[in-house]
Design a protein around this ligand. Structure first.
Ligand code: ADP
Ligand code: MG
Length: 268
């Protein structure tokens, strides 16, 4: 009994808290099954290791600020035939993160851009990479303010630290010239150092308009696209599919393009 108490004390000292908690019951079970010593150790340390990994994933996921929890396994590729499943599965290996390459997801609202960005982010967290999710509008506004207050360099560090930065909904709101230059500072600082996963409802030709400056737009695209994987999603909104089924849209209306504000409205 003294030995058991001592072992528990050691486990606690070593901060193997989960193992300390379950040691006595696992010890009893091991004795009952006449488990070899090594197998008892595997059992106990396995419980600690799994609990730690679970805690680590929970913390990293919380720090990433993801808007929801959706995985690649939950994505229905049959619904969106314009997406090359093989290309997405390849991205799912995260080789692109190792290369500090970017992923750009383009397409209308509701086609699964944020879902895929989040799913890749979750994969990255599982593999031990730091991930941070930000909406483009909030990020640009944050950087613009930092620049106006002469603390852009310090603020940029927040967005440079994670190996994977998700910039969602670029193009829904215009940036303004100062925001655009601040965004340029971010994209060039991350260039060849960390990945950006960017989603946008605007084609590249429209970026000048979004950023309020063609020259800055070209400079941003130059760095963003040099090492990049681009997915152009065409197709119907997954969100509206249920409503369509319920007959809320006429047959003709079901085929027509959706209002560009849909994503902004539903995700706020
Ligand atoms: P977007 O960012 O392109 O506007 P989202 O990724 O936010 O679209 O998708 C809208 C909703 O529909 C989310 O809840 C998402 O999980 C779901 N969704 C979209 N496409 C698919 C799909 N192909 N399979 C499963 N769920 C999907
Ligand atoms: Mg979205």
């Amino acid at each position: 009994m003294i030995a058991v108490a001592k072992a528990r004390q050691y486990l606690e000292e070593l901060k193997l808290t989960q193992a300390a908690e379950v040691m006595e019951s696992r010890l009893e079970a091991a004795a009952q099954k006449e488990l070899p010593y090594a197998e008892f150790l595997v059992d106990l340390l396995g419980i600690e290791a799994r609990a730690r990994r679970e805690r680590y994933l929970t913390t990293r996921t919380r720090l990433a600020h993801l808007p929801f929890h959706k995985t690649l396994e939950e994505f229905d590729f049959a619904f969106q035939p314009s997406i090359d499943e093989r290309q997405v599965r390849e991205l799912g290996t995260l080789a692109f993160v190792g290369d500090a390459a970017n992923v750009v997801l383009l397409g209308p609202p509701g086609v699964g851009k944020t879902h895929l960005a989040v799913a890749l982010g979750l994969r990255a967290i599982e593999q031990g990479y730091g991930v941070y999710f930000a909406r483009a509008h909030g990020l640009v506004e944050d950087l613009r303010r930092a620049q106006a207050e002469h603390r852009l360099d310090r603020r940029l560090r927040v967005y440079l630290a994670p190996k994977v930065l998700i910039v969602d909904e670029f193009g829904v709101w215009p940036c303004g010239r100062e925001g655009a230059t601040a965004l340029f500072a971010l994209v060039s600082a991350r260039y060849e150092r960390g990945s950006i996963i960017l989603t946008s409802n605007k084609g590249f030709a429209e970026w000048g308009e979004v950023l309020g400056d063609e020259v800055v737009a070209t400079a941003i695209l130059d760095r963003l696209l040099h090492h990049s994987h681009i997915l152009n999603v065409r197709g119907e909104s997954y969100r509206l599919r249920e409503k369509r089924r319920a007959g809320l849209f006429g047959r003709a209306a079901g085929r027509s393009p959706e209002p560009a504000t849909e994503s902004a409205r539903e995700e706020r």
